[in-house]
Design a protein. Structure first.
Length: 698
C-alpha cells in the first residue's frame, strides 16, 4: 500500500473502533436495564455480551475488509458498514485503483517487485528486486522477514492479483517504517478486540500525536473490554458453581456502557439469588408439609389396616354367628317337632292313665264285691261252726249212737274254722289289695293330673318353640343380612386400605421428591448460606493448623493422625470405635466446636470427621455416655461413631473449597425436616485428613 494512504486508513480504523465502542456501550446499557426485571436476566446478559462482541467485531471487520480491498480490483466496493467513513473510502479507493494500474506495468523503480506464477515461484524480478535477491528466477517467493536478515531492515509486501486466465501475482516490497509498524500493531489490536481478547501489548508509537492518542484510547477500550469480559466470565463461572453471592463491578464505569453490563451481571446474580432463596424457602415449606402429610397418611394407613383387620375378624365372627343361629333355628325346629311328639305322647299317656284309672276302679269294685262275698263266707263259716257245735252237743247227748255224727260234726267244725281262718286271711288280703288299689287309684289320678299338666306344658312349650323357631328364623335372616353387609363393608374397607396404601406411597414418593428437590436447590449458594460457608472453611483451616502444630510439637505422629485402624468399644450399641488420634481430637476440637455451635443461630451440630466418615469428637450435647437403650444412644451418644450415609461420606471425602448439601433429617414419628450440610476439607501437610461439617436448619 502506498505510504501516503497509511495515515488516512489508520485514522479511519480509529474512528471505526470508537464507533464500535459507542455501539457496544449503548447495547450494554440496554442489557443492564433488562437484567433487573426477572428470571430471564441471565439470557439477556448473554445476549448483551454477544451483541457487544458482535457490534465491535462487525465494525472492526468492516474496516479490515475495506483495507484489504483497497488497491485491488474490488477497491471500489470497499465498505466499512459505517456510513460516516464510506464517503472517504470511495475517494481513497479510486486513488489506490489508479496506483494498482500503474504498478501493473511492472516498470523499473526503486521498490523491489516480482512477478509470481501459479506455483508460487518467481517468474520475473525488476532491477531493485535483483539487487535484493540476485538471480532468483524460478525460486519460491521468499518471506519478507528473510529479505534482509541480519541487516536490521524489515520489509512489508503488497500483493496484487493480475487479470487473466492464469493466476499471476504482482508482489512489491518496501522497507517497513514506524508508521507501518504502528498500522500492523493497530490491525492486530483490532483483530484481538474483535475476538474479545486483550491486545498482546501496548501499541508502538506512530510518530504522530493524534494517532498516538487514538491508539491510547483504543488500548484503554480494549483492556476495559477485556476486564469486563473476564468479570462477566467470572460471574458466569460463579453461577455455574451455584454461587449466587458473587458480585462483579467494573471500577470507574457504572450505569452506562461497559459498566452497565457489569451492573447488569451483578443485578442478575442478585435477582437469581433472591429467586432461588424464595424457591428454596418454598421447597422447604413444601417438604415439611409433605413430610407431615406423609406421617399422617402413614398413621391413617396403620389405623385403616387395623380397622380392616378387625372388621375382617368381625365379619368372620358374624358368619360364625350366622351359622350358629341357623343351627339354633334348625335345633329349635327339631325341638318343636319333639315337643309336638311329646304332647301327642302325653295325650296318649293321659288317655292311658284314664283307662288305667277306670280299670283300677273296676278292680276296686271287684275287690269290694269280693269283700262282701268274703263276709258272706265268713257268716256261713260262723253258722257252719255253730251248726257243728250244736251237732257235737247233740251227738254227745246221743251217746255212742251219735259218735259218728260227732266225728262228722267235728270235721265240719274244723273245716268251718279253717274256712274262717282262710276267709280272714282273704279278707285281710282283699282289704290290703283294696287299700293298694285305692292308693293306685290315687297315684293314677295324680299321674293323670301330671300327664294333664305335662300335656298343657307341652302345649305351651310347643307354642314357645314355634315362637322361638320363628324368632330364630328371623334372627338367622337378620344375621345373614348383617353378615352380607359386613362382607360388603369389609370389601370396601379393604379397597379403602389399598387406596390409602397407594396414596401413602404417592405421598411418600412426593416427600422423597421434595427432599431431592431440596438437595438440588442446595447446589446454589445464597446469601443466607454465606455465614455457614465462611464458618466451615475458617474452622477447617483452624483445625488443620492445630493438627500441624501438634505434629510439629511431637504430640502425635503423622501415621497416628491418619490412623484408620478403628478399634470397637466393647458393649456399645450403636457401635463406637477408637483410633490413635481420638484423644487428641477430644483435647483440641471442643474449644473450636462449642463456641461455634453457640455463635450462629440455626446450627444443629458442627463436628470434624475423617475421610472415612469417622466422627471422633462431637458436640457435648451429643457426647453423653451410652445407656441400655440403643434408641436413646443413637440420639445422644453420637461421638466416636462412623457415619456412612451419603451426606456424611460426601462431606468426608470432599476436597473442593466447600460442599453444600441438603438432606432430610428424621425427627421421629415419620416426620422429616429439611437440613443443610456445609463442609470444608481439612488438609494436613498436603494430605486430605477429612472435613469439618456444619448442619443447620434449611
Amino acid at each position: 500500500m502506498p505510504p501516503f494512504l497509511r495515515l488516512p486508513l489508520i485514522l479511519l480504523a480509529g474512528q471505526a473502533v470508537l464507533a464500535a465502542g459507542a455501539v457496544a456501550g449503548g447495547l450494554a446499557g440496554s442489557v443492564a436495564m433488562a437484567a433487573g426485571f426477572g428470571a430471564a436476566a441471565l439470557a439477556l446478559l448473554l445476549m448483551a455480551a454477544w451483541l457487544v462482541m458482535s457490534g465491535m467485531a462487525q465494525a472492526v471487520a468492516g474496516v479490515t475488509l475495506a483495507m484489504s480491498r483497497l488497491g485491488t480490483d474490488e477497491g471500489a466496493d470497499a465498505q466499512t458498514g459505517l456510513p460516516a467513513l464510506d464517503k472517504d473510502l470511495a475517494e481513497v479507493s479510486r486513488r489506490v485503483a489508479g496506483l494498482s494500474l500503474t504498478a501493473a506495468g511492472f516498470r523499473a523503480g526503486t521498490l523491489p517487485a516480482v512477478l509470481v506464477g501459479p506455483d508460487n515461484s518467481l517468474v520475473q524480478l525488476n532491477d531493485a528486486a535483483r539487487q535484493l535477491l540476485g538471480d532468483a528466477d524460478g525460486h519460491p517467493l521468499p518471506d519478507p522477514a528473510s529479505l534482509a536478515a541480519g541487516a536490521g531492515r524489515r520489509f512489508t509486501a503488497r500483493t496484487t492479483d493480475l487479470p487473466g486466465a492464469v493466476r499471476y501475482r504482482l508482489v512489491e516490497w518496501r522497507e517497513e517504517t514506524t508508521l507501518d509498524r504502528f498500522a500492523a500493531a493497530l490491525e492486530s489490536a483490532l483483530q484481538a478486540v474483535a475476538k474479545g481478547e486483550t491486545p498482546a501489548g501496548s501499541l508502538p508509537g506512530s510518530g504522530n500525536t493524534s494517532l498516538d492518542r487514538v491508539a491510547a484510547t483504543l488500548d484503554g477500550l480494549a483492556r476495559r473490554q477485556a476486564d469486563l469480559l473476564r468479570g462477566v466470565a467470572d460471574q458466569f463461572d460463579a453461577l455455574a458453581r451455584g454461587d449466587l453471592t458473587h458480585r462483579f463491578a467494573l471500577e470507574g464505569a457504572t450505569g452506562t456502557g461497559l459498566g452497565a453490563v457489569a451492573d447488569g451481571a451483578a443485578a442478575t446474580s442478585g435477582k437469581m439469588g433472591e429467586t432461588v432463596q424464595a424457591i428454596f424457602g418454598g421447597t422447604v415449606r413444601i417438604s415439611n408439609d409433605v413430610s407431615q402429610i406423609a406421617a399422617d397418611f402413614n398413621d391413617l394407613f396403620l389405623r385403616t389396616a387395623d380397622q380392616a383387620s378387625r372388621l375382617e375378624e368381625t365379619a368372620a365372627a358374624v358368619q360364625q354367628i350366622a351359622a350358629t343361629t341357623q343351627g339354633t333355628a334348625a335345633g329349635v325346629a327339631d325341638a318343636g317337632v319333639a315337643a309336638r311328639r311329646s304332647r301327642e305322647l302325653a295325650d296318649e299317656g293321659f288317655q292311658t292313665a284314664g283307662e288305667a284309672i277306670k280299670a283300677v276302679l273296676a278292680i276296686a269294685e271287684s275287690a269290694k264285691l269280693m269283700a262282701e262275698n268274703v263276709g258272706t263266707i265268713e257268716q256261713i263259716a260262723f253258722q257252719t261252726n255253730l251248726l257243728a257245735l250244736n251237732a257235737a252237743v247233740e251227738a254227745a247227748r246221743a251217746g255212742e249212737a251219735g259218735h259218728g255224727f260227732a266225728v262228722v260234726a267235728q270235721e265240719v267244725r274244723t273245716l268251718a274254722q279253717h274256712t274262717a281262718t282262710a276267709n280272714k286271711e282273704i279278707k285281710a288280703l282283699i282289704e290290703a289289695s283294696s287299700q293298694r288299689v285305692q292308693a293306685g287309684v290315687a297315684q293314677v289320678r295324680r299321674v293323670g293330673e301330671a300327664l294333664d299338666s305335662i300335656r298343657d306344658g307341652t302345649g305351651r312349650v310347643d307354642g314357645l318353640l314355634d315362637s322361638m323357631a320363628r324368632s330364630s328364623r328371623e334372627q338367622a335372616q337378620t344375621v345373614a343380612a348383617i353378615s352380607e353387609a359386613l362382607m360388603q363393608l369389609d370389601t370396601i374397607t379393604q379397597e379403602n386400605a389399598a387406596l390409602v396404601e397407594r396414596t401413602r406411597e404417592a405421598v411418600t414418593n412426593m416427600d422423597e421428591e421434595a427432599g431431592r428437590l431440596g438437595s438440588q436447590m442446595a447446589f446454589f449458594t445464597i446469601t443466607a448460606d454465606v455465614p455457614f460457608v465462611e464458618a466451615a472453611t475458617d474452622t477447617a483451616a483452624r483445625i488443620a493448623d492445630l493438627f500441624e502444630r501438634a505434629l510439629a510439637g511431637g504430640r502425635i505422629g503423622l501415621s497416628d493422625l491418619f490412623d484408620e485402624n478403628y478399634q470397637p468399644v466393647p458393649g456399645t450399641d450403636p457401635q463406637q470405635v477408637l483410633t490413635r488420634f481420638t484423644d487428641l481430637t477430644d483435647t483440641l476440637l471442643p474449644n473450636l466446636q462449642e463456641p461455634l455451635l453457640r455463635s450462629l443461630e440455626g446450627i444443629a451440630f458442627c463436628a470434624a470427621v475423617d475421610r472415612n466418615g469417622y466422627l471422633p469428637t462431637h458436640n457435648k450435647k451429643f457426647s453423653k455416655p451410652q445407656g441400655p437403650d440403643p434408641v436413646w444412644n443413637a440420639a445422644n451418644s453420637r461421638n466416636r461413631r462412623i457415619f456412612r450415609d451419603p451426606t456424611g461420606l460426601a462431606a468426608a471425602k470432599n476436597k473442593e473449597p466447600y460442599l453444600l448439601q441438603c438432606y432430610r433429617r428424621d425427627m421421629g414419628g415419620g416426620v422429616f425436616v429439611l437440613m443443610k450440610d456445609v463442609s470444608a476439607p481439612i488438609m494436613v501437610r498436603g494430605r486430605h485428613w477429612g472435613g469439618f461439617r456444619i448442619g443447620y436448619r434449611a
